[in-house]
Structures are given as structure tokens and as C-alpha cells.
Ligand binder design. Structure first.
Ligand SMILES: *Cc1c(COP(=O)(O)O)cnc(C)c1O
Length: 361
């Protein structure tokens, strides 16, 4: 599976004590990468389990009982020049802070967040847990390229009554990942489920939001689709986003549309980067509501965006048994150009003119 958990050994952990944060790096059990690669399946699984085990963190608390947690997802990418760099970690730091505030948790300092991400990747790399750049990735515009996924998240203190979390941990784990949507069909379907409601937590990268997403994605997969797309809760007509990614439509008029942010849409960092890249190309970009009927009548290209998805072309979208096929089922020109530019910058194959990449090594 493209998104399996095989955590690298060094983990970052911070704890809020009511006044400030205390930080530590934990070196979990490991061998050398070569020795680990030679382990049998069972021994490898045991080793990975031991890395995912934190005996001093409470089992019963607001995170495990009520889903009170938020997280981030960002990537360190092998660079064409041999180094490693993280894509826009300052933006994840800012969003993490907002997510925590939205859940009434104490904020986590943004500079500490960026430093902790860099340092966690760096310490793992120093032990040999890193990824080499492969020139063959350039052949398919990095669609099948690997990266190190960085997952910062909050974990609540022990408790049983319904309550907010006052003294969370912030943990950062890293794991190598291959591409999220690995080739094949990229057909999407509108789900009947509702991911986010006005005044809810849809704009927060909250763990609890993912319950609905996981159910809807499972149902879509059962019906043969790669991804599900949500409509808005109130009108049941405006397209909002995918299970864990934002969505874009390139219309026949030449307008690139993505749903406007509000309290039901997650403000993706890939989303805002794509908007910037499209504007650089003098493409007319609109952040506005877009009804499913307009998509069926006017859209000639469609793609979803996110740290995991990159910019992944969607070949068709099915709604109430009808299927809208984009660009004859082939990757559209603008979609390909935006995807290639973004990936090129991320893997250091194109110049980073925007200062988006933060070097690890
Ligand atoms: C994380 C996420 C995205 C994508 O955000 P990026 O910052 O681009 O990775 C989109 N939608 C949802 C619901 C998400 O959780």
C-alpha cells in the first residue's frame, strides 16, 4: 500500500505543562536500515510495532474517547542535487496553530514546529533512514516518486468526562511513502454523506473529521471509485472537496475554479500553492461556490490537490448515476502543467523561485 506505516525510529515529542512546552527526541528501537530490510515479515512487523508503542502515554483520554485531536501532514522530498527539503513547513506550522486554537488547545509555537520537523527528518537521516533521489522519477513527472511523510499531531491527557484538552502532547513521526494514488483509474463519485457543517470543524485539520471521510471513501472504493467528493451540507448542491484533498475544475471559459474557503473547507497548502502557480501563468482563478450542475455542464478538466495527492487528475465524476468525463478521460493540459511545476519545485528539478522549500540536508 502506498500509505503504509513504517515509521522511522526518531520521534519528536513535546508536552504542555500549563505554562510552556518541554521537548524531547525519542530514539525508538531500530537496527541499521540494511539489517531491517533483511528482516522477515514477522520480525519487521514486531520491530515497527515497538516503534509505535509509547507506554507513558495514557490510553483513556479525550483523543481516544472523543476524537479530540488535530494533525498536520507535510513532506520532506529527496532533491535532485542529493539533499532533502520540506515543502512550506511554515504554512503547516500556522495551520496547526489555528487548528489547536479551534479546539481550544494551547497553541504550539510556529518556529518550534518548523525546527522540530526539520530536526526529526535530519536525525533519522543521520541514522541512515532517508530516501535517495531517483532520476527515473523525472520520466513520469514524479507521479511515482517517494517521499518522507511527516505527521505532527496532538494527543490529549487522560480523562473520561467530555472536556477540552488543556495539556496536550505534540508528537511528530515520519514514515516513507510512495505516491498516494498509484496509477490506474482516477474516477471519483459524489457521496451522499456530509463531511462538514456550518459552525462545525471542517476548516480544522481535526482527527474527528476523518470518520466521515473514511466511511465515504470506503463506500466509494466498494463501488469501484478511487475517491469520493462531498457536496455542501446546506444546499446539497455545491462541490466542497474530496476525502482528504481540495478540488479544482478548469472550465471551458478558461476559468480555474476551486470552492471558496469557509468553515466547511480545509485550507490546503497545496491548494493555495496551485492557485499561485496558476495565477503566475495568467490563468483566471476564481475561489467561489461551484454547483455540481455547473461542473457537469462546464468543466473540461478536474484535479484534486493535497500533500498526499499532489495534484492528481480526476478522469470522471459520477453523480446520481450520471458520469461527467473530463478531457476524454485523459490528463488535461493545464492539470499536467500545474502538477509538473509543483512536483518539479518540490523535488528540486525546477527552480524554487518562491522560496517554498526548506532544506534539511
Ligand atoms: C489536509 C487536507 C487537505 C489538503 O491540505 P494540504 O495542506 O494541501 O495537504 C484537503 N482537505 C482535507 C479535508 C484535508 O484534511
Amino acid at each position: 500500500m502506498a500509505f503504509s506505516l513504517s515509521s522511522y525510529p526518531v520521534t519528536y515529542r513535546a508536552k504542555y505543562n500549563g505554562k510552556g512546552w518541554s521537548e524531547e527526541f525519542l530514539e525508538k528501537p531500530h537496527k541499521t536500515p540494511a539489517e531491517e530490510a533483511a528482516l522477515g515479515a514477522e520480525a519487521a512487523a514486531d520491530l515497527l510495532d515497538s516503534r509505535n508503542f509509547y507506554p507513558d502515554m495514557p490510553l483513556v483520554g479525550y483523543t481516544t474517547q472523543y476524537g479530540l485531536s488535530c494533525f498536520e501532514g507535510l513532506k520532506a522530498l529527496p532533491q535532485k542535487d542529493g539533499g532533502l527539503a520540506i515543502f512550506r513547513p511554515d504554512r503547516n506550522a500556522a495551520r496547526f496553530n489555528k487548528s489547536m486554537a479551534g479546539l481550544y488547545m494551547p497553541g504550539f509555537p510556529e518556529d518550534a514546529f518548523v525546527k522540530a520537523c526539520v530536526e526529526t527528518v535530519k536525525r533519522n537521516a543521520a541514522l541512515g533512514f532517508t530516501l535517495p533521489y531517483k532520476a527515473e522519477w523525472e520520466k513520469d513527472s514524479f507521479m511515482t516518486a517517494d517521499s518522507i511523510y511527516i505527521r505532527p499531531f496532538t494527543y490529549a491527557e487522560g480523562g473520561i468526562g467530555v472536556n477540552i484538552c488543556h495539556t496536550p502532547w505534540v508528537v511528530i513521526v515520519t514514515t516513507p511513502v510512495s505516491s498516494y494514488f498509484s496509477g490506474g483509474k482516477s474516477e471519483a463519485v459524489i457521496t451522499e454523506r456530509i463531511r462538514a457543517t456550518p459552525k462545525g470543524t471542517g476548516w480544522i485539520k481535526a482527527a474527528s473529521n476523518y470518520v466521515i471521510s473514511a466511511l465515504a471513501k470506503h463506500e466509494a472504493a466498494d463501488a469501484g471509485f478511487m475517491e469520493c467528493v462531498f457536496l455542501d451540507a446546506t444546499h446539497r448542491k455545491y462541490v466542497e472537496e474530496g476525502s482528504s484533498c481540495n478540488i479544482f475544475f478548469y472550465l471551458k471559459s478558461g476559468e480555474l475554479v476551486t470552492p471558496a474557503l469557509g468553515d466547511t473547507i480545509l485550507p490546503g497548502i497545496t491548494r493555495s500553492s496551485i492557485i499561485e502557480l496558476a495565477k503566475d501563468r495568467k490563468v483566471k482563478v476564481a475561489e467561489r461556490p461551484i454547483a455540481i450542475d455547473e461542473v457537469f455542464a462546464e468543466a473540461k478538466e478536474c484535479f484534486v490537490s493535497g500533500t498526499a495527492a499532489g495534484a492528481t487528475p480526476i478522469e470522471s465524476l459520477t453523480y446520481q448515476g450520471k458520469k461527467a468525463v473530463f478531457n476524454g478521460g485523459k490528463v488535461g493540459e493545464l492539470t499536467a502543467e500545474l502538477r509538473d511545476t509543483l512536483k518539479g519545485i518540490q523535488y528540486g528539478a525546477r527552480p524554487d523561485t518562491k522560496g517554498w522549500m526548506v532544506r534539511v540536508v
